[in-house]
Design a protein around this ligand. Structure first.
Ligand SMILES: *[C@@H]1O[C@H](CO)[C@@H](O)[C@H](O)[C@H]1NC(C)=O
Ligand SMILES: *[C@@H]1O[C@H](CO)[C@@H](O)[C@H](O)[C@H]1NC(C)=O
Ligand SMILES: *[C@@H]1O[C@H](CO)[C@@H](O)[C@H](O)[C@H]1NC(C)=O
Length: 388
């Protein structure tokens, strides 16, 4: 009797939680395939309504929470917003087919141009498969995930976004792995992965080559591990820019390990504007390989892409930054460039086992420091410019 009562109690409690774990062997129709919702999958018919209908059934807990986008087909999607919160605790999107954006701006619609496929307030989402998401170089950023907790994105090929390829905004807990992200080297603002105001994020085993940052970590982000990511072409891994228009911005606990940079404009970069405040701290770069990178190691507290920024008296504080085991080749002479604020010096900058030589050993690389304090050991170029 007591046992029955316990079971009853557990069932009641399970019914009280907001999202539901459903026993899907009980769902008769099986996975939620977009083809069963009227998708044509011929690359010409607009399939966005079919996707939205399938999504709304899944989100409402009316069908199996696995959205299947079958392989061997091409789905044309106008901008779609897949909104939560949803009933199921876990939702899966299996993307095996090709998903393409409209190739003409006129087909794109004008409603939400900033993002093509956006997931909003969806918790426990896993997007996986070897499908290709093709932005067709029109419209806005390709894949957006906003306010998502416990997100996983695995294996996708995301190409030709006219803007950012994958963006997380206000996500807590995410793993982005085995992604292939590609856009032409000459395409502006086509960041690979962008992480803003998010924490507890793992980015690993990805291959990213675009016209802008490989991975960009924006303000309000913390506890981010990036490992085994191959970058290039593009602008490398960037933290910032922080402190734009006098903003108070913070970033901390960012760890980059076992990453490579091939033909990138920068390697590992921290950039802040003059006049901001806040901090970028507890950041480590370990086991980094450079192949003909232009600015391998750079801290730029004078970030100013438009070239008309007056110097200000406040700055984002940069501290506790370590570089360990960074080796390879630089295209430029100044392989290590630490340009710290004159009002707020960089402190506790540590460099160990650095060996950055010039491509083809054509010239001797050098380092530059401005208001940078810390320690270095076994570094080529030497770091005598660093203040104790
Ligand atoms: C990042 O790596 C550190 C050190 O290995 C670990 O303690 C931490 O939990 C990791 N964070 C995430 C979000 O995976
Ligand atoms: C700001 O200060 C930096 C470092 O001293 C200097 O290189 C730069 O020319 C200054 N910029 C302006 C606009 O004065
Ligand atoms: C630094 O790298 C160059 C080029 O790969 C290599 O020839 C040299 O032996 C390395 N130096 C050290 C101290 O490891």
């Amino acid at each position: 009797m007591q046992e029955l009562f316990n079971i009853f109690l557990v069932l009641c409690m399970a019914a009280m939680v907001t999202c539901r774990s459903v026993d899907f062997s009980l769902v008769l129709q099986g996975q939620t395939n977009v083809m069963n919702y009227g998708a044509a999958g011929n690359g010409a018919t607009d399939d966005s309504k079919a996707f939205m209908r399938a999504w709304s059934d899944i989100c409402a807990g009316k069908s199996d929470p696995t959205l299947v986008i079958p392989g061997g087909r091409t789905f044309l999607l106008r901008p779609v917003q897949l909104l939560g919160p949803c009933k199921p605790c876990k939702i899966y999107v299996e993307a095996w087919g090709r998903i393409v954006a409209p190739s003409r701006m006129s087909d794109y619609g004008s409603s939400h141009l900033d993002c093509w496929i956006r997931f909003w307030r969806v918790n426990g989402l896993t997007v996986r498969g070897n499908g290709q998401i093709d932005g067709q170089v029109v419209g806005g950023q390709a894949l957006g995930f906003s306010f998502c907790n416990n997100l996983q994105i695995y294996g996708l090929n995301v190409i030709n976004s006219p803007s950012k390829h994958v963006k997380l905004f206000r996500c807590n807990g995410a793993i982005l792995s085995n992604l292939n992200i590609k856009a032409p080297k000459e395409s502006p603002n086509t960041d690979g992965i962008v992480i803003g105001e998010s924490s507890q994020i793992q980015v690993h085993d990805d291959n990213i080559g675009t016209g802008d940052d490989c991975v960009a970590i924006l303000k309000g982000s913390s506890n981010i591990n990036i490992s085994r990511v191959a970058c290039g072409p593009g602008h490398g891994i960037s933290i910032g820019s922080l402190g734009m228009n006098g903003a108070y911005d913070t970033v901390e606990e960012i760890h980059v390990q076992d990453c490579s940079f091939t033909g990138t404009q920068n390697g590992i970069r921290i950039k802040t504007w003059q006049g901001g405040s806040g901090y970028a701290r507890k950041i480590s770069f370990q086991s980094i390989t450079l192949n003909a990178a232009e600015n391998p190691i750079i801290i730029d507290q004078y970030y100013c892409p438009q070239l008309h920024c007056p110097n200000k008296t406040s700055a984002v504080k940069v501290s506790d930054i370590s570089y360990t085991g960074v080796q390879g080749t630089s295209m430029t002479k100044t392989a290590i460039n630490l340009r710290c604020s004159q009002s707020m010096a960089c402190t506790n900058i540590e460099l160990n086992r650095i060996n950055i030589t010039s491509v083809g050993q054509k010239f001797i690389t050098s380092s530059f420091c401005l208001n940078a304090h810390g320690r270095a050991s076994r570094s080529i170029p030497n770091m005598r410019c660093l203040m104790k």
